[in-house]
Design a protein around this ligand. Structure first.
Ligand SMILES: [Zn+2]
Ligand SMILES: [Zn+2]
Length: 173
């Protein structure tokens, strides 16, 4: 099954295409294009900034890190319409778990009410949240974090001077 070129979630149905790459949706497609444009940034700069953010303070709760991209998944339906999204936040694991828990409730209440995709995709989105909540912890910055930092640096030249965590909260997808 294809993986999203921006957030590396598995694409089950639908999604957006650009050239040979596939993305969850247009949001991820835009991120993918920014990512392609940011490939010329020096790798060591990106890696240093990524490590700084990873070891820094959580931009959400100001608690100790490690800080990384926390994914969570939502779905809502209304009769014949169903929409599902992957959400990203730069935060610590415990903030991530909170978000995944809230998004699981969101799915449980709002996901089912569409035919057929609500019934098919709600368990998928819920199991993605649960997988993230109970999955093993990253011991180093994820590729998603590095991508987010790359995009952030490419789109904010001033970011290279600012303390990483102050701006890290803006690194959302
Ligand atoms: Zn994606
Ligand atoms: Zn936090």
């Amino acid at each position: 099954m294809a993986r999203c070129g921006a957030c590396s979630s598995t694409i089950i149905f639908g999604g957006a295409k650009a050239g040979s790459q596939q993305f969850c949706n247009n949001n991820c497609l835009q991120r993918g294009q920014l990512l392609a444009a940011s490939r010329q940034l020096p790798d060591d700069l990106v890696r240093a900034k990524t490590a700084e953010i990873y070891r820094g303070v959580c931009p959400k709760c100001q608690g100790p890190g490690p800080v990384d991209v926390q994914m969570s998944y939502r779905i809502w339906s209304a009769l014949f319409m169903t929409q599902w999204v992957s959400r990203t936040k730069i935060a610590c694991r415990s903030c991530g778990r909170k978000q995944q828990f809230l998004d699981t409730l969101f799915c449980l209440f709002l996901g089912w009410w569409g035919f057929p995709w609500g019934l098919i995709m709600t368990p998928v989105q819920i199991s993605r949240n649960l997988g993230k909540m109970f999955g093993s912890e990253n011991l180093e910055p994820s590729p998603n974090l590095e991508n987010a930092v790359r995009i952030w640096l490419a789109s904010n030249p001033g970011a290279m001077q600012s303390p990483a965590w102050q701006s890290a909260g803006k690194l959302t997808g």
